[in-house]
Design a protein around this ligand. Structure first.
Ligand SMILES: [Zn+2]
Length: 90
């Protein structure tokens, strides 16, 4: 399982905070109270936060990097294990 570089805890997922801009009409209703009518959403991929579920540290802002972390860290931990085993033999 990949490990968080901040708290060193094993994580098998990341918390994703996706900010979506809403576009709509801001107007007064018949009784004079302001209201916001949502007409659509504008996804903003640049501002996504990928946080460690354990320490809540923001690790990535890019989904490709986050995906790579979850994939490659598996190989990385196998690699570390091999190095440790090799060291024990020496
Ligand atoms: Zn962490």
């Amino acid at each position: 399982m990949p490990k968080c570089p901040k708290c060193n805890e094993e994580v098998d997922y990341l918390n994703l905070f996706s900010r979506i801009e809403q576009r709509g009409r801001f107007e007064l209703d018949p009784s004079g109270d302001p209201q916001f009518l949502v007409e659509g959403t504008v996804p903003d991929y640049d501002d996504d936060d990928f946080e460690c579920p354990n320490c809540n540290e923001v690790l990535f802002h890019d989904s490709d990097e986050a995906e790579e972390f979850l994939k490659s860290s598996v190989e990385l931990s196998i690699l570390r294990f091999k190095i440790k085993k090799k060291g024990e033999v020496w």
